[in-house]
Ligand binder design. Structure first.
Ligand SMILES: [Zn+2]
Length: 547
């Protein structure tokens, strides 16, 4: 060996580096998958070990195939580093909150804003990224990799890709029976395969096979307000779009804690059997304001105008007031809207976001700014709450509404006892009750209108039941607590007289099973809007209305 050779940095073939990175991600990066296989009893069952090892080998081989295609000089190391970071972040969230990653979760993540996400950035996440991604990336960076001239390298890359795929195919064939039945019986497992689940989810939400194309379809352009009785006042509906409300945690629904004293005092009616369209804000909100119902909405080929457009076509004044920086997910694009989440009120906006009482501030001025000719016909104000948005439940409530103590103040929810977690969550419901109570009090001051309030939450929440946290599981496997939502109605005496819909009549129907499919038609019914888009059979108030 001569001196020149000694000074050459040692270079390893790209295939070694790819194999090492793939093995790291397939094993350590999939801790949540291995835990799930154990908790399902699959890993311990006969042949379970073999199945686990086979799955791990398939993951490694698939990652090997993918990275082989990227084994170019200036591409490979950044690609590995990126995948390592994605793997570490994904592993942290799947392990900590027992979430799984599908396209709905990816869409949610891409639409989440910094303020909402901040609470998820815990020290533990930092530690996981440091150990799981930054340190290995640093090692990767230091290694010298031998790349070939481009033609040779292209052949090697293709060969690596083919070899990876061949191993995946071989392992599938070898354990087809147990593998297929496990995957069929436990569909959540495929959404735990890190980081392939993330690549798949991002790919699907970006170029989903079923693209929604074309211009927006008009809706309810024939909408007209039904003739009002002589001397009747215009209607004023406040539609509160709740955030992360669990039906079962509402005192009105029989919860053992009195989380809703103000609604109870106002004798508001709660439909106890109401079900959400989706398990996340991004999935639920557009569906709630659509005329299609859940099935039709999921199968749609083209988007349509929303409930708010139809209300506006009918001549009513419409205003969307949003206390979430994430906004209205497109449903309010063509109606006037304001955002309160960035206001600087010293009392209500302490940490760069605002408590929900901000929604009730200055309503008279907001109303006065709407077009007078529309206002004279009637008004729909939509208030999009911050509600019970997790995981920082304790930040949703001011000190005066911390009725249930001690409460969880950590964003790393498994750190808290289940009692503390429940306290923090129930405080958010008690505060929502106060915001709704304050809204009703404001409606009572507007004697120039017949006032009504409707509160419906977008989806529920898991609070550690079966070790699940937060929300957003695929609908088919999500527990009921993520789908069972509150639906509360309050009507002023004038509204009851004018519409014939009375709270006692509604109370008699409070156990009817309803869903977000009913929202579009029920709001049109409450506001007396006549249109071909309205379906009386889906209007939950129609049975109580004067004919
Ligand atoms: Zn939500």
């Amino acid at each position: 060996m001569n001196k020149l050779d000694e000074r050459q940095p040692r270079r390893i073939p790209a295939a070694f580096l790819i194999a090492g990175a793939s093995a790291w991600m397939a094993t350590v990066g999939n801790a949540a998958l291995w835990r799930e296989l154990r908790s399902l009893g699959i890993a311990q069952a006969q042949g379970g070990w073999l199945l686990t090892v086979t799955l791990c080998g398939m993951l490694a081989a698939a990652l090997y195939a993918l990275l082989s295609l990227l084994a170019w000089k200036r591409v490979l190391k950044p690609a590995i580093a990126l995948l390592l970071v994605a793997t570490a972040v994904g592993a942290h969230f799947m392990w900590t909150y027992r979430i799984i990653i599908d396209s709905a979760m990816a869409a949610n993540t891409l639409q989440t804003d910094w303020h909402e996400a901040r609470a998820l950035l815990t020290a533990r996440l930092g530690a996981v990224v440091l150990v799981g991604a930054v340190l290995p990336s640093w090692l990767v960076w230091r290694l010298g990799v031998a790349h070939r001239p481009w033609k040779q390298q292209a052949l090697r890359n293709l060969a690596g890709f083919a070899a990876g795929l061949a191993v995946v195919a071989g392992l599938i064939l070898l354990s087809f029976q147990p593998l297929a039945s496990t995957m069929r019986n436990h569909t959540q497992l495929r959404y735990l395969m890190n980081p392939l689940n993330q690549l798949w989810a991002v790919g699907q939400s970006a170029f989903g096979s079923r693209k929604i194309k074309g211009p927006l379809l008009p809706l309810g352009r024939d909408a007209r307000l039904a003739a009002a009785a002589p001397g009747a006042k215009p209607r004023l509906l406040v539609l509160v779009l709740g955030e992360t409300g669990r039906s079962g945690n509402f005192g009105l629904n029989g919860y053992e804690r009195d989380t809703t004293p103000e609604l109870a005092r106002a004798q508001a009616v709660s439909f106890r059997n109401a079900w959400a369209c989706g398990t996340s804000t991004a999935a639920s909100v557009p569906c709630m304001f659509s005329h299609l119902g859940r099935e039709g909405f999921l199968a749609r080929k083209q988007d349509s105008e929303t409930l708010l457009d139809v209300l506006q076509h009918s001549g009513l004044a419409v205003l969307w007031i949003d206390n979430q920086a994430g906004g209205c997910k497109g449903v309010c694009d063509r109606v006037p809207s304001v955002n309160t989440s960035g206001l600087k009120d010293p009392k209500l906006c302490p940490h760069g976001e605002c408590l929900d009482e901000i929604l009730v501030q200055g309503l008279d001025e907001r109303l006065a700014q709407l077009p007078p000719d529309r206002r004279a016909k009637g008004v729909v104000l939509v208030m999009h709450q911050m509600g019970s948005h997790g995981p920082a439940y304790s930040q949703r409530t001011p000190p005066a509404f911390k009725k249930f103590m001690p409460e969880c103040t950590s964003s790393h929810l498994p750190d808290c006892s289940s009692a503390q977690l429940l306290n923090a969550y129930d405080n958010t419901i008690a505060y929502t009750d106060h915001v709704l109570g304050a809204t009703i009090a404001w409606l009572r001051t507007r004697s120039d209108y017949e006032g009504a309030l409707l509160y419906v939450a977008d989806h529920g929440e898991s609070l550690g039941e079966n070790n699940l946290y937060l929300h957003g599981l695929p609908y088919a496997i999500a527990p009921d607590v993520q789908k069972h939502v509150p639906w509360v109605t309050w009507l002023s005496a004038g509204f009851e007289q004018g519409s014939g819909v009375t709270m006692p009549c509604l109370r008699a129907r409070a156990d009817t099973r309803i869903s977000h499919d009913n929202l579009f038609h029920s709001v049109l019914g409450l506001m007396h809007v006549d249109t071909s888009a309205y379906r009386r059979d889906l209007d939950v108030y129609a049975g109580c209305a004067a004919a």
